[in-house]
Design a protein around this ligand. Structure first.
Ligand code: UD1
Ligand code: CA
Length: 459
């Protein structure tokens, strides 16, 4: 953690090419707004919160970021130089090092920024910037070096000569300045260029011409400077974040049978020896323990899973908890408030909602269990339905420990079945059942001998 560092994050631009009513830094990639990744970097490097330059949709941005940054407003987007100057209202004329990042460039690695800062100190530079080499330098600022290889200036693509346009080393938009060379020089900038903007990049030549050292660090991997300006780039960024998440999980002992088909948020954790099948989607605060199997087509959002859990094909779960040794699916639907105890079995085509299952309870086939407390070792037969809603209010069903519910039963809530009681198959249970009793509400069977033959004979 660097005490002698301040971080500025540029985030005033709207991002017109996103074709969105939401400012681009709040678009989400792998479960988080892209600016969150930049804030993480700032927090890992610097002990004081970064200064974020905001303009478009500033209330939304401030609300999303809260205490994680200090804010300086840029009323009009007059260029990157003008944007950085606004930080002077928060930082004053600081003599610290100032690291400048962009809110829409989320893939930079901490190691790369550390290397940039180390190089800055080692060389005694007043300014050190991050550059990269690209086959297609496109609209990036070009790095002009002299015969000795020293960086002398940055030329924006729109201001570059044909010869300069052929330079393939470009400005990544990430800089370390000595504070004393930053704000004073920014105040002297002129917008004399093709875009009539105040260019932060002009400071390089200014600082150098004043006799101070400037230098550059070339990033190994150009993806680190990839910015989000369009939906295409957002998709690329999301894919790269997911690739890194999977790479980390693989190194921590998780098996992915086909990692490129898995959609996973950066907020998800998975324990070792868990196997993730193809076409699984894991979102939000989902936490999966060790030795689990997550089969194809499962979609888990904010689900906490213990160890040794089997989530079978096509299971959908949200805001749910599944304890050790449980088995869910195929095609189960755990809705918010579902909590399954140890070794619970929820089988195919079972839907649960606000339902707490005690250890060892089973609902193996075709059931709806909502607003229910299911005790330990309860067995719920196929097709059992909790009738929890009377059209106005929701009511609770309680099945105490060891209850056996026969198939095709309706439990009309509010209703309680006492410890160890039996409910006969096909019953409609409207009244509480005492512990140890048998409840049966079936109409008695009628059998008419020889009926089929008489029907066929028309009698
Ligand atoms: C800038 C650099 C260019 C570099 C490129 C890397 C300048 C003049 N050029 O170009 O050399 O190759 O980044 O991506 O700096 N912003 C504001 N207020 C403004 C203008 C911009 O906050 O008035 C913010 C944007 O929201 C964005 C960042 O600054 O987060 C960069 O701005 P952008 O317009 O994308 O810079 P480029 O023109 O691409
Ligand atoms: Ca621009």
């Amino acid at each position: 953690m660097n005490q002698n560092l301040e971080v500025i994050i540029l985030a005033a631009g709207l991002g017109t090419r996103m074709k969105s009513s939401t400012i681009k830094i709040l678009h989400r990639a792998a479960g988080r707004p892209i600016v969150d990744y930049v804030l993480d970097l700032a927090n890992e490097l610097c002990s004081t919160p970064p200064v974020m330059i905001i303009g478009h949709q500033r209330e939304k941005v401030q609300e999303a970021i809260g205490e994680r940054a200090r804010f300086a407003v840029q009323e009009e987007q007059l260029g990157t130089g003008h944007a950085v100057l606004q930080a002077a209202t928060v930082l004053g004329d600081t003599n610290k090092r100032v690291l400048i990042l962009s809110g829409d460039v989320p893939l930079t690695r901490r190691e790369t920024l550390q290397r940039l800062i180390e190089e800055h100190e080692r060389s005694g530079n007043a300014l050190t910037l991050l550059t990269m080499k690209l086959d297609d330098p496109a609209m990036y600022g070009r790095i002009v070096r002299d015969e000795s290889g020293t960086v002398v200036r940055i030329v924006e693509a729109k201001d570059a000569s044909d010869e300069q346009k052929r330079i393939n080393e470009v400005n990544a938009g990430i800089y370390v300045f000595n504070g004393e060379h930053l704000f004073g020089n920014l105040r002297n900038l002129r917008p004399e260029n093709a875009q009539k903007e105040y260019y932060l990049t002009d400071l390089l030549a200014v600082i150098r011409n004043a006799g101070h050292r400037v230098g550059a660090v070339i990033a190994d991997d150009p993806v680190e400077a990839l910015g989000v300006n369009s939906r295409g780039e957002l998709a690329q960024v999301e894919q790269e974040i997911q690739r890194r998440v999977v790479e980390r999980l693989l190194s921590e002992g998780v098996t992915f049978r086909n990692p490129s088909t898995v959609v996973i948020d950066s907020t998800v954790t998975i324990g070792k020896d868990t196997v993730v099948y193809p076409f699984v989607t894991l979102e939000g605060t989902t936490r999966i323990g060790e030795d689990c199997v997550i089969e194809p087509g499962s979609h888990l959002v904010n689900v906490t899973i213990g160890n040794d859990v089997h989530v079978k094909t096509g299971t959908v779960a949200e805001d749910a908890e599944i304890a050790d040794g449980a088995s869910v699916g195929p095609y189960a639907h755990l809705r918010p408030g579902s909590k399954l105890g140890r070794k619970v079995k929820v089988g195919n085509f079972v839907e649960t909602k606000k339902a707490v299952f005690g250890d060892g309870a089973k609902a193996s086939h075709l059931s709806y269990i909502g607003d229910a407390e299911v005790g330990a070792d309860v067995n719920i037969g196929a097709g059992t339905i909790t009738c929890n809603y009377d059209g106005v209010n929701k009511h609770k069903t309680i099945l105490e420990d060891g209850v056996f519910v026969g198939s095709d039963t309706q439990l009309v809530a509010p209703v309680r079945v006492g410890k160890g009681a039996y409910v006969g198959a096909g019953s409609t249970i409207t009244k509480d059942v005492p512990a140890g009793a048998l409840a049966l509400s079936r109409t008695p069977q009628k059998t008419v001998e020889g009926w089929a033959a008489r029907k066929k004979a028309g009698k």
